[in-house]
Design a protein around this ligand. Structure first.
Ligand SMILES: Nc1ncnc2c1ncn2[C@@H]1O[C@H](COP(=O)(O)OP(=O)(O)OP(=O)(O)O)[C@@H](O)[C@H]1O
Ligand SMILES: [Mg+2]
Length: 292
């Protein structure tokens, strides 16, 4: 069982409430897309799910396969099969790609083995077996083998970093993956290659939350459900047609349809005062310049 249930999730960063009651259930093996304006809280949700220490959960629950994961450390969440492909992957100078992947692969394998056989002794997979798997996955993603000996993301182009994220995902074989704007920065060919790589992992058991601004990605990675986030919560749910409608009509239509009275982060209008139900006013931080 690896469904993901997010219930009334509230979270803040730097004392500012960003997530304001997110509700979302993703069944085992389902693919859901999450869209929404810049600054609406999509990456914040991804970070909170992965356990980033800067984000404080103030209310709500997140169940992975029925288990509340909010008290678990990020690595414990990863061991339970949760994976986050970052919108902005960081580079780690001095950490070689092959070593990094081998260590994380072994850790995840070990943890899974221990969960299944608590009394048995774990033996790491032979190096040859790991190398074979790595070569196979790099081949699928059409990545040059020379990346293995480079430092993680150091000097990688934007698109190369995104491929590296999907390579990690392919190696770790998660049960649930969050992909945060994996399509941004990819050229057209790379988008197709990466989407094929992702699709080869979507075998009916891997659940996924695909965060994107563009319908184009969803032509390749086909979600069953599409959700729109605004002001830190989900305002619209639908099927793939919702992404298509959004692509044609734009976010203004969305706001007028789903949240006509709601100011949002980035809006030029005055923020609304805190409501009686405890909904906080929203700090206006930026000027809206259009869709990204
Ligand atoms: N560390 C932080 N300090 C202050 N504000 C933050 C911090 N992290 C996030 N925020 C704010 O939280 C809001 C939501 O940001 P988030 O990155 O989740 O948006 P997003 O929906 O992913 O946007 P985009 O589509 O541009 O990636 C933004 O207004 C952002 O500035
Ligand atoms: Mg983001």
């Amino acid at each position: 069982m690896s469904s993901l249930e997010i219930k009334n999730l509230h979270a803040k960063v730097e004392n500012k409430e960003i997530l304001r009651g997110v509700n979302l259930t993703i069944g085992e093996g389902e693919v859901h897309a999450l869209m929404g304006l810049n600054g609406s809280g999509k990456s914040t949700l991804a970070y909170v799910l992965a356990g980033h220490p800067n984000y404080e959960v103030t209310e709500g629950e997140v169940l992975l396969g029925g288990e509340n994961i909010l008290d678990l450390e990020p690595d414990e969440r990863a061991h339970r099969g949760l994976f986050l492909a970052f919108q902005y992957p960081t580079s780690i100078p001095g950490v070689n790609v092959a070593n990094f992947l081998r260590q994380s692969y072994n850790k995840v394998q070990q943890s899974r083995f221990m969960q299944a056989h608590p009394d048995a002794e774990y033996k790491a997979a032979p190096v040859a077996e790991f190398r074979k798997r790595l070569d196979e996955k790099m081949g699928q993603l059409r990545m040059d083998r020379s990346f293995k000996s480079r430092y993680l993301n150091e000097g990688f182009s934007g698109g190369e970093k995104k491929r590296m994220e999907i390579l990690q995902m392919a190696m770790l074989d998660p049960k649930f993956a969050i992909m945060d704007e994996t399509d941004s920065g990819l050229d057209i060919d790379a988008l197709r290659t990466v989407a094929e790589g992702v699709n080869s992992q979507l075998n009916g058991q891997l659940g996924a939350l695909v965060i994107t601004h563009y319908q184009r990605l969803l032509n390749y990675i086909k979600p069953q459900y599409v959700h729109i986030m605004m002001n830190g919560h989900i305002v619209a749910n639908g099927g793939p047609e919702l992404a298509e409608e959004l692509d044609v009509k734009g976010y203004d239509w969305l706001r007028q349809t789903y949240a006509p009275d709601e100011p949002f982060v980035g809006d030029e209008r005055e923020a609304a005062p805190a409501g009686p139900a405890g909904a906080p006013g929203i700090t206006v931080t930026r000027t809206l310049t259009g869709r990204s």
